[in-house]
Design a protein around this ligand. Structure first.
Ligand code: MN
Length: 133
């Protein structure tokens, strides 16, 4: 069975782009539009990987990531952060919060599935994905 991926994104157009990109690869997709909903879904559905926008209502993507890292069973779940406002220091903050990768919008629809596949592969082999990008 293909892995379950949670997409946390409040922008409908970007959500659709992510959906189309990942559905084509056969992943089971879960969706949340704010940080609190994301945490609820994570606990209930236990996704294999999380893609989160940084700028989100209620709780931003970095706060979501920090909470996830403290949730039993999610210490090593791959988390990919995406942002529309790439600023100096953002990548460091994302990695520090516990994200494994950091990508800026517009999403590169060729690069993203490769990053995801690499992370899921590392996870299966028992190695913790190292921060990249
Ligand atoms: Mn957003």
């Amino acid at each position: 069975m293909k892995e379950k991926i949670l997409i946390v994104e409040d922008d409908p157009r970007n959500m659709r782009l992510l959906e189309m990109t990942l559905r084509a690869r056969g992943y089971t997709l879960l969706e949340a539009t704010d940080g609190r909903e994301a945490l609820d879904i994570v606990v209930r559905e236990r996704p294999d990987l999380v893609i989160t926008d940084i700028q989100l209502p209620k709780m931003n993507g970095l706060a979501v990531t920090k909470k996830l890292r403290k949730t039993p069973g999610f210490e090593d779940t791959p988390i990919i952060a995406i942002t529309a406002y790439a600023m100096k220091g953002d990548r460091e903050r994302a990695i520090e919060a516990g994200c494994n990768a950091y990508l800026s919008k517009p999403i590169n629809t060729r690069e993203l599935p490769e990053v995801i596949a690499a992370m899921l592969l590392h996870r299966q082999s028992g190695k913790i994905p190292t921060p990249m990008k």
